[in-house]
Design a protein around this ligand. Structure first.
Ligand code: BGC
Length: 415
């Protein structure tokens, strides 16, 4: 690659979350899936019927089983095989989450086997020289905690803190990077504003309360972690789309600014003092005309999301200007079952990272979403985000061409 802007210790890897790949989970999501699979399948045509690829996804999208995570990628049992794949693809970092409902299935009762599992998991990563990037909360909750009102109640934050403390005490020795909360606004908005995810509430006040409690949860957890050792690097994983005005009309320009503020800064301002770096999840850009989003849609993913990988540069530059923290891209990827778009996406993404570095952004790592095909929440299993394809019947793993390409590219830049 000649001279590369990527530092030697740059983290190159992929990202996953427990519920989306492990299989066999019993939490507030798995209960909800069973209750809602049928209606999600019935609404599929209304939801996705306009997508260009509707014919390809129709059979799965109309099948209630698609909406039940079940075994999903069976990663809980096959994690060694999957970590070996990450190693084969030259990755030196892997982001994963620990499933709270496994570790504390009943209030105050720790499951020693589950803890041992995650210890082995982290040990396997370190054995392979892969940096573990630990996430504590990635959308799923133990049923008892959800029944107590989850993050709707400030007083419940103490349970999360106790869980975090336990995890750090058990796994902390091999961990440096900790993501406390994945995409707080996405969780709060989907669950408490749009009402699409459990507990399916549509209430602005609750949405704001949950957001504020999540910020509080992050800050207290980060403080607790730092008190135990300054060695840890703590952040949230912040969803950040790039929002821009499509014309020079004042309304478009102002709307784009306001939207960007509410998407990024409203929450980040509450937690910035307790972040050692910023975890950033970038998937798409939003073009604003007037006060509405109207994307070019020249290139879209299987989910119909506008694909503008090069804009990652602008997202990183803006966040750097505002927060002056090192950044790790904790998620970035594309739903692409045929793997026709992912290589193009990767090429433009890596170029954008390079430009951002050259422009002075302190990017420390890039974690692609995702290593494996996985359970995409209310959309189920048809969207395929994996560098590695998973056959959900046989559990066979097949590295996609884009996965091989990513592996080759990492090798080149790390040499
Ligand atoms: C989430 C992941 C999800 C991905 C793709 C992010 O919002 O953190 O869990 O699979 O986007 O939709």
């Amino acid at each position: 690659m000649g001279s590369t802007p990527f530092p030697k210790r740059f983290l190159w890897g992929a990202s996953m979350s427990a519920h989306q790949v492990e299989g066999g989970n019993h939490n507030q999501w798995s209960v909800w899936e069973l209750e809602n699979a049928r209606s999600l399948a019935t609404q599929a045509e209304y939801q996705y019927g306009d997508l260009d690829n509707w014919k390809d996804i129709e059979k799965d999208a109309k099948n209630p089983e698609n909406y039940v995570s079940g075994k999903t990628a069976d990663h809980y049992k096959r994690y060694k095989e999957d970590i070996a794949i990450a190693k084969k693809l030259n990755m030196n970092a892997l982001r994963f989450s620990v499933e709270w409902s496994r570790i504390e299935p009943r209030e105050g009762a720790w499951d020693v086997e589950a803890i041992a599992h995650y210890k082995n998991y982290v040990q396997e990563l370190t054995k392979q020289d892969i940096e573990p990037v630990l996430t504590l909360f990635h959308f799923t909750l133990p049923i008892w905690f959800a029944e107590r009102g989850g993050f709707e109640k400030r007083s419940n934050v103490r349970y999360f803190l106790r869980f975090a403390e336990k995890i750090l005490a058990e796994l902390g020795g091999d961990i440096t990077y900790v993501i406390t909360i994945n995409e707080p606004e996405v969780y709060a908005a989907e669950s408490y504003l749009e009402g699409r995810w459990p507990p399916m509430i549509q209430n602005k006040l609750k949405f704001l309360t949950v957001l504020s409690n999540l910020a509080h949860a992050h800050n207290r957890t980060a403080r607790m972690i730092h008190q135990s050792s300054r060695r840890y690097k703590v952040s949230i994983a912040k969803n950040s789309n790039y929002i821009y005005s499509g014309d020079t009309a004042r309304l478009s320009v102002v709307s784009a600014h306001v939207m960007q503020y509410f998407q990024d800064d409203y929450f980040l301002r509450k937690v910035r003092r307790y972040c050692d770096f910023l975890g950033v999840n970038y998937y798409f850009s939003q073009r604003v005309y007037g006060y509405r989003i109207h994307n070019p849609e020249q290139r879209v993913s299987d989910l119909g999301w506008d694909m503008s990988p090069a804009d990652l540069e602008h997202t990183l530059e803006r966040l750097t200007e505002k927060y002056k923290l090192p950044i790790i891209v904790t998620e970035n990827g594309v739903a692409d079952a045929s793997d026709e778009k992912r290589q193009w996406w990767m090429t433009h993404t890596v170029a954008a990272l390079g430009r951002a570095l050259t422009a002075g952004v302190d990017v420390r790592g890039y974690l692609h979403w995702s290593l494996l095909d996985n359970f995409e929440w209310d959309k189920g299993k048809w969207p395929r985000f994996g560098l590695v394809e998973v056959n959900y019947d046989t559990m066979e793993r097949i590295i996609r061409p884009s996965g091989r390409r990513y592996g080759a590219m990492i090798k080149k830049v790390r040499n």
